[in-house]
Design a protein around this ligand. Structure first.
Ligand code: HEC
Length: 100
């Protein structure tokens, strides 16, 4: 392994450790209550719109994930500092199972 590759590997490993350190291990439901419920109470219309069209507007998990990371207008972007990748997966599972 070249010196450069070794450095790249180390940097990647450090990033994983940092990411794990940021994990609060909240469940999808807890994340929703903490970060989303104020504007989408129980998934219904509040300051933000109802989430009942979410499945139609974001048919794939990848598109929903990208939307949540980016935000839109007054919908705040969810950065890795507040919701890490593993938590975002949990949150998306929770959202996909919401009933309206
Ligand atoms: C400060 C209020 C606010 C918070 C907090 C918030 N949202 Fe939103 N959300 C909005 C607004 C406003 C829109 C509409 C954005 C637009 O289209 O301009 C929106 C749109 C959405 C949409 C798109 C709905 C559709 O069918 O087009 C989804 C999905 C969504 N929010 C999910 C979430 C989730 C999940 C969270 C928590 C991580 C969250 N929101 C947190 C205000 C908020």
């Amino acid at each position: 392994m070249t010196e450069e590759m070794r450095r790249i590997n180390e940097t990647n490993q450090a990033e994983h450790v940092r990411e794990a350190g940021r994990s609060t291990n909240l469940t999808g439901e807890q994340l929703f209550i903490r970060s989303c419920n104020t504007c989408h109470p129980g998934g219904s219309k509040g300051f933000g719109p109802t989430l009942e069209n979410m499945g139609k507007d974001f048919p794939t998990d990848a598109s929903l994930r990208a939307f949540l990371r980016k935000g839109k207008g007054t919908m705040p972007a969810q950065t890795k500092d507040t919701i890490n990748d593993a938590e975002l997966t949990e949150l998306i599972t929770y959202l996909r199972n919401m009933t309206f």
